[in-house]
Design a protein around this ligand. Structure first.
Ligand code: HPA
Length: 270
């Protein structure tokens, strides 16, 4: 596995005196949030040891450091999915780098299929909790520096941050649902039978990311806030077949509400 310290050193060198407090991981089609960062410093993955080139349409490959609502942030535009063949440790590598740069708060975003019957395309969901059905965990193996062997997962998505998100959404009149995210390995979308199973397991939205990052963050004592943009009703809930292009378009369309809420949270943190 790549040593996160080497990657962190390379990023720290580029950051110079900048000290990001909050890291923001962008999901499919949400790349435009990186354009909102003031005084941006872009660090390409090619310049970070151990960071692979992202291979999915809708995902870039750079970290963007700068200010968002006066908060020093580090935006991760392009994530490493398990379905691309990356192991869970690679998916979590950026988070381990963020921790070494002093980041204490992680905001994760993703595109997801809606399982709860009322979750249509464009629904914004605050992640209350998750179910890991990837059957992978980034903490498997030797315990890395600063990490717990058996991290507590009773508050994976920080209670206080979720309260701030609800307040920010209310203030800006953005509709914000709340529910459980289930992560599957992918890359095939679910079958209708699988979606019925996931509903019975207590999931409200389904996707293929986020969980490895949040597990690593909790092991490092980083508090997390997560949002899913529901880009489609999950398989079997409508007659329509799913396509990645549709997911990207729906994500970008619903992304403005998400950006508003994220900014509101940052204002409350600053
Ligand atoms: N399933 C899994 N991942 C997804 C979906 C879905 O329906 N939509 C967007 N990401």
């Amino acid at each position: 596995m790549t040593d996160p310290a080497r990657a962190a050193q390379a990023v720290a060198q580029r950051l110079g005196a900048r000290r990001p407090a909050v890291a923001i991981v962008l999901g499919s089609g949400l790349g435009f949030l990186a354009d909102e960062v003031r005084d941006p410093l872009r660090i390409r993955y090619a310049d970070i040891p151990g960071f692979p080139e992202p291979g999915v349409a809708g995902h870039k490959g750079e970290l963007v450091a700068g200010l968002l609502e006066k908060v020093p942030v580090l935006v991760q535009a392009g994530r490493f999915h398990l379905y691309e063949g990356h192991d869970a440790a690679t998916a979590a590598l950026p988070v381990r780098v963020f921790a070494r740069l002093g980041v204490k708060t992680l905001i994760v975003t993703n595109a997801a299929g809606g399982i709860r019957p009322t979750f249509g395309s464009g629904t914004l969901m605050l992640i209350a909790d998750h179910i890991n059905l990837m059957f992978r965990n980034p903490l498997v193996g030797p315990v890395l520096k600063g990490e717990e062997r058996f991290p507590d997962m009773s508050d994976p998505y920080d209670r206080e941050l979720r309260t701030l998100a609800r307040e920010a959404a209310r203030e800006a009149h953005v509709a914000l649902e709340e529910g459980v995210y289930v992560a599957l390995l992918g890359p095939s979308y679910e079958t209708p039978a699988e979606v019925r199973m996931l509903a019975r397991l207590g999931a409200d939205a389904v996707g293929m990311s986020t969980v490895p990052e949040v597990i690593a963050a909790r092991a490092l004592g980083i508090r997390c806030l997560g949002f899913s943009i529901v880009t489609n009703p999950a398989s079997g809930l409508t007659a329509q077949p799913l396509s990645h292009q549709e997911v990207l378009a729906a994500s970008a369309a619903a992304g403005t509400g998400l950006v508003t809420v994220v900014k509101g949270v940052l204002r409350r943190l600053s």
